[in-house]
Structure formats: C-alpha cells, structure tokens
Write a protein that binds this ligand. Structure first.
Ligand SMILES: [Zn+2]
Length: 153
C-alpha cells in the first residue's frame, strides 16, 4: 500500500513539474494572443519573473499550485511525510511573498496566475487584460480629464 502511494506520489510530482512549465507556456501564448508584448525573463529581478512588461512596469508570475502552496485542491499536501512537505512549501511561500514585496517596492505591479486558473481561460484572459491595461486606462482617464479642463468644458 505504502509503496503504491509513494510511486503514485512521485508520478504526481513529475507531472506537477512538467505541468508547471506547461502552464507558463500557456500563459505566454495567451498574453501574446491578447496583443501584449513581454520581455524574456530578466535574471536581475527578484524571483526571475515569468513575464515582464517593462514599459508597463508589470510582472506576471505563473505558479504551480503544489510547489507554491495555493489554497486549492491541487495545493493540498500529501498525507504521508507531512513533516517533509510542510516546511518545504512554507519556505517557497515565504520566498514568493518576499520577492513580490521587493518588486512592489521597486515600483512593479505584480500579478500571480495559478496553474488551476488556466482551466477557466475566459476569466483568466479578463484578469490579465485588466491587470495589464490598468495603468493605460487610468492614464487615459487622466488625459481626458486634462483635455476637458484645458478646453474649459
Ligand atoms: Zn490552485
């Protein structure tokens, strides 16, 4: 029984790893399809973000639910060897928080896309578009208000 569990577990682990990179690829092509252009990973930024939008000062991380400890069913810890997994995932989560804070302090806006959110592509697209257009929409509002002001309306 235990042997089966272990074998299954390692199979799941391997799948999680490949799915993680698969998730990145999916988000990249989705972002590309929406018409946004991102830079290649910049090693100088904390956490080596998956997608960097330099002009917009925005960053998207793609997180695998298991390794980054998402509060969803994919982020659930295995029942066996909890004492091994719990601190491991806790360290990952703390590092994610630290890196996001460092980026925000440096003026970046940070968004996390979770692997499980790829199942609802429509909702995810909306979120990504909203996140990436946020600043532009805000700026356009300001420009409009400014023009109105100058024109004396
Ligand atoms: Zn999740």
């Amino acid at each position: 029984m235990d042997r089966v569990t272990k074998a299954t577990r390692s199979k799941i682990m391997a799948a999680v790893h490949t799915r993680d990179t698969g998730a990145e690829r999916t988000v990249r092509s989705l972002v590309h399809r929406l018409g946004f252009r991102y830079s290649l990973t910049r090693d100088d930024l904390p956490g080596k973000p998956d997608l960097v939008f330099v002009n917009r000062k925005k960053i998207i991380f793609v997180h695998g639910c298991f390794w980054h400890g998402h509060a969803c069913r994919y982020g659930r810890l295995p029942k066996s060897r909890r004492e091994y997994w719990e601190p491991k995932i806790a360290v990952n989560k703390a590092r994610d928080r630290r890196q996001a804070n460092a980026l925000r302090k440096a003026g970046w806006s940070v968004m996390v896309v979770w692997q499980c959110q790829l199942k609802k592509k429509g909702a995810l697209e909306g979120r990504i578009e909203g996140f990436l257009n946020g600043w532009t929409a805000h700026r356009n509002r300001l420009v409009r208000r400014c023009r109105r002001h100058v024109a004396g309306f």
